[in-house]
Ligand binder design. Sequence first.
Ligand code: GLC
Length: 826
Amino acid sequence: MKENVPDPNPELLTAKLLLSEDIEVDEEEFHHLNNPADGIKPIVKKYLGVPNHAEQKGSKFFFTDGDASIEVTVVTKEIIRVRLAPHSVFLDEFSYAVPELPTKPVKFTLAENELEFRVSTEAVNCHIRKQDFFISFSDSNGVTTSSDAAPMHWEENVKFGGYYVFCTKTCAPEESFFGLGDKATEFNLRGKRLKNWNTDAYSYGWNQDPLYRSIPFYISVNEGIAHGIFFDNTFKAHFDFGAEDRTKTSFWADGGELQYYYIHGPHMMDVVKNYHILTGTHPMPPLWALGYHQCRWSYYPENKVRVIANGFRQNKIPCDGIYLDIDYMDGYRCFTWNAKYFPNPRKMIEDLKANGFKTVVIIDPGIRVDDNYWVFKEGKEKRYFCRRSDDYFMEGHVWPGRCQFPDFTNPEVRTWWGGLFDELVDLGVAGVWNDMNEPAVFGSGTFPDDVRHQYDGFRGSHRKAHNVYGMQMVRATYEGLRKQLKNKRPFTITRAGYAGVQRYSSVWTGDNVASWEHLKIGNVQLQRLSVSGISFCGTDIGGFSGEPDGELFTRWIQMGTFSPFMRAHSAGDTKEREPWSFGEPFTAINRKFIELRYRLIPYLYSAFWEHHRYGFPILRPVVMHEQGTYSNHYRQDEFTYGDKILVCPVLEPGQTSRKVYLPKGKWYNFWSLEMTEGGQEVEVATPLDTMPLFVKAGSVIPEYPVMQYTNEKPIEEVKLNIYYSDYEVNSFLFEDYGETFAYEQDIYLEKKFIVNGTATSLSIKQSMEGLYTPRYEGYHLKINGLPFKPSKIMADGKEIKEVSVNADKTYEFKFTKNFKQIEILK
Ligand code: GLC
């Protein structure tokens, strides 16, 4: 190993030696910790030297310079993991993000020549350069996709032990970057420097960083080829995408191991799917969770909750979920009820249920210090609360006053916590909302660094556990609910999270503001969360703090109709904020869009299945459809919802029309059915009662009848909206019971439709997989965009005679749900 190795790039070396210019390791803390004036050792900066030895153990390869080593693991054909051990002793292999590595055998080889060692699979080569230990990756065509711009390096952390770890890669002139979770900035992260440290960021602004979640995963797209880097490190981590130096991309962390996964594309979609292979997907949610949800801080007393619920039914605005914020508790003590406001929660929850509402309650991590409070007493007796380094309790003020905090990184604590939900479940609570779990503490922001965590046996300070605290809290919640609900699917929502949190929860983007700017931020945040593994996400519709006017609220409802999680929420000191609060014309438009949400539930549910089973994100930014076109790297307003519906929220007040880019292919305007050739921008009228929506030609969009809540009535028939195309297009419809885990035993139906047309015909074929039988018998088919007048419609060899012909040249008829092929002939 060499110290301060002469760098091939002198500019870089200067940058590396000047700590203040180079790294943002919380400079104050870093200097304090490592300052010689404090009598502590000076900074030791070390780079990997020259690899002089290579060794293979199974699918792992070790390369060493005599002191430091790196490990290269072939994880799958497309995924290679790299780890660094400064003195060749690797840390224990444990990750909250990646519960286990895929075990499917992969073919790989190790080759060596004068210049390099090379580990190769069928898809990727990992090159380890002999001259300087630079690591690079190339695809099977030999195109280099990622390469080091400096050898990996590290600096000792004198106070805590361990190292600050750094990795610097090149950044190409037109390279773009996406991902990193919920950052409130442009969708393309090129030119940004960002930090991961879960933060309670009330009323955050554009470019504010960090926010509530830490997802250390990014996707690069350069010259049409995508790859991903997942830096699985839970410490405070930093990313620089050509901000300090246009030619370099770097990531570093204040501790832990320099460990990252290189994830090969070549498409962004491949990268995201492979990232899901590592970190998992969201389990299927209960169907009702895809409906509209109403929340406020807080609806109380009980009568207020009933009034709101009735308001939905009276106004005929569909709604499935109603939320109780912290005021339902007794002095904000978790797992208690305020007897004055909610004297009989069981009865209230039952009545709400009879009226079609599921009740969701908030639970925060802070447990009030109070010896007369059973949760505190139990936690204290069992030593489940976090402690400082010298064993003092970790205490801090949150809503209940002085609190202690369970150590959710301890599996025993998680089991205990999960068990605490039994009473709420028994009362009929259907979902749990986890908040303040960054963890947030008034005054200090969060816990001090020295708080200790059990970390599933791989102990660490808060520096290591901070970013996973919220994820482990919602994991405890999800796992507890899963046990108590027997075979029913839990519904959970969390504010904080780390990579992989999607296995346990949906996510909302925290305390946003009722402003047009925040509508834009939310639109970008949801797309970004979606490509960062978190598909089940939504914003506080209307904005949490501040007051939206009717127009802003309605535009937000429109965007929310196409957010995988759709919930309106507002702070308590704001005006009433229900979909009917703004009067007409807003109420009618809000109703129209919430009804559209319910009509499209089978479509969203199918997109969810595609996410759960195959790792597709639900929201797909334009660049994901056409990454080869550079201008698309900067498109961030429009996205597809699933892969068939293109959505472009209206993000400006008073807007009467706006430009929308349609990816290549043919698109139907959802409202007018006018067909437009894609690959171009079009100007779309945006009167308040519509928003730009387009459907891809060849799609089959399934639709349920509008109901006031999911499962209000049995479905008697499913409508299939079929959009003519002259090329072949596949669509899916997923169906099951909607509330159990029977799908894990193959009790579901995955239907595939293939649509293909010519100048004189249109054919729709259907095939099915799975063991579920829906109760309805038939389909109501609607054919849109047919370029000819049909003379005959044949379904499985029989002619259909009863066809309604509409003025807009659409055709409607009914047929059995089990059809194999329908042909429409000129
Ligand atoms: C936090 C949450 C917000 C909630 C409030 C009271 O600010 O982000 O959603 O309403 O706490 O519990």
